[in-house]
Design a protein around this ligand. Structure first.
Ligand code: CMC
Length: 435
């Protein structure tokens, strides 16, 4: 079959270049511009990567116009309803749903790598008492590379796999310790008899002086939220992990860089920002004023939990989470949670507003996730940490896919230089005051 091509012509010189088109299995094709600078002398300019595919990946597919999300081809709705977070983790890492024995082995491996070294536990004492848990996560995850030298040879597929398992297994422990330290409570060791999410809840909320039983509804809700957050193709944090990994950095350091990118309010930090925004709005009668602020170009305020670079339709994860809100609030006896009421009214009003309709701004996954976290008793400064625990699976799967590619190269974007042209150095004594 003949490869499709696109011809680019410089109207000033009449010079042309024929570029191949790379097709995926679904979704838009991409013009392969890798020869463009070498043979044509131009770079391409795409700040924020609005039209740039940075890699080819077989892990996650999003159709933003239709609001579709597939992990390895499986619709998110089916996985959220019928699968479990660890099964989804296996699917993302290995490409197929596990057979019964494969799953049992995987589950056993993840469950039995949950502890962290005692000296790593000691790292937490170095943080200031009111450290944000995301701050200690970044530091502690990065320092895993100082402990596990037997899994940092990235040229060895087995090392890569062990590192992947370790990160998925230890992330709940690191997250829970970050929380425990921030509230001044003793750390709880992981319990290997518990499932992935139950273990996380247990480590967060149990204290040595009392028995603690994880609520099955809370465990199931968290498991489902983790499925929804597990991967999302080339978002800012995943792209960061890939870029860090492309230079050959060890996987622990790469995941730490992903956590840093996730932290911002435009990305994973949005779940925390939504709850702050809802409490700032405070009452339905104030919604109009906040919507007006979101529409005002001179006001930096944005409706947090609204809008998405890829989804120009309702985020399919938000639909699932919205439904789950009802169930969780019902179970935890707070169906009249004013925050949830406010969120629903805000959504209703925004979705009828011309500004949001025109720009195709819909609620995203973070609009409702914070409300569920709150109902589960998870403190606001832990929301983005929860996201990081779940997304670790996606980061690790994407990192493994990239490192495994035979033609993998260092990621190195170019720039349009807009600074001073060449000029000569002036000694300090001869320099006039600048500015
Ligand atoms: N409130 C008000 N206006 C908005 C919003 C919003 N939340 N989001 C986008 N817009 C406007 C924006 O001002 C622009 O208007 P105009 O064309 O008049 O200049 C237009 O919509 C396009 O926005 P953009 O900033 O060019 O879009 P983007 O693709 O660069 O940004 C986004 C995507 C998610 C960063 C942005 O929608 C946003 O800041 N949303 C709020 C933060 C948020 O909820 N983030 C979570 C994203 S989902 C989970 C995750 O990825 O972690």
């Amino acid at each position: 079959m003949k490869t499709r091509t696109v011809t680019l012509t410089d109207n000033a010189t009449g010079k042309s270049i024929e570029l191949p088109v790379r097709e995926g299995s679904t979704g838009p094709a991409a013009i392969d511009i890798s020869r463009l600078y070498r043979e044509f002398g131009y770079l391409t300019y795409d700040p924020g990567f609005q039209s740039t595919a940075s890699c080819s990946s077989g892990i996650t597919y999003i159709d933003g116009a239709e609001g579709v999300l597939l992990y390895r081809g499986y619709p998110i709705e089916q996985l959220a309803e019928r699968s479990s977070f660890l099964e989804v983790a296996y699917l993302l890492l290995y490409g197929e749903l596990p057979a019964r024995e494969q799953f049992a082995t995987f589950q056993h491996t993840i469950t039995h790598h949950t502890m962290i070294k005692e000296s790593l536990r000691g790292f937490y004492q170095g943080f200031y008492h009111d450290a944000h848990p995301m701050a200690s996560m970044v530091g502690v995850v990065g320092s895993l590379s100082a402990f596990y030298h037997d899994s940092t040879d990235i040229t060895d597929p087995r090392h890569r796999e062990i590192a992947a398992h370790r990160m998925i297994a230890k992330m709940p422990t690191i997250a829970a310790y970050s929380y425990k330290y921030s509230v001044g409570e003793p750390f709880s060791y992981p319990q290997n008899s518990l499932g992935y999410c139950a273990n996380l809840l247990h480590m967060m909320f149990s204290v040595p002086s009392e028995e603690y039983h994880v609520d099955p509804v809370a465990q199931k809700a968290l498991d489902m939220i983790f499925i929804l957050h597990a991967d999302h193709e080339q978002n800012a944090s995943t792209a960061t992990v890939r870029l860090s990994g492309s230079s050959g950095s060890n996987p622990f350091a790469c995941i730490s860089s992903g956590i840093t990118a996730l932290w911002g309010p435009a990305h994973g930090g949005a779940n925390e920002a939504v709850v702050h925004m809802l409490s700032e709005i405070g009452d339905v009668k104030n919604i109009a004023r906040f919507i007006a602020r979101a529409k005002d170009r001179n006001d930096p305020f944005r409706l947090m939990g609204f809008g998405h670079r890829v989804y120009k339709n309702y985020d399919p994860r938000a639909k699932i989470i919205r439904k789950m809100c009802h169930e969780v609030l019902e179970k935890f006896g707070d169906t009249n949670d004013p925050c949830f009421e406010l969120a629903m009214r805000l959504e209703e009003i925004a979705l009828k507003d011309e500004y949001f309709i025109e720009r195709k701004l819909y609620p995203n996954v973070d609009f409702y996730s914070g409300i569920i976290y709150r109902a589960l008793g998870i403190p606001v400064n832990m929301f983005t940490v929860m996201f990081a625990v779940a997304r670790t699976v996606g980061w690790v799967a994407q990192w493994m896919e990239m490192i495994g590619e035979p033609d993998q190269r260092i990621g190195r974007p170019r720039q349009i230089y807009s600074g001073s042209q060449r000029r000569d150095y002036v000694p300090l004594a001869e320099r006039a005051v600048s500015g």
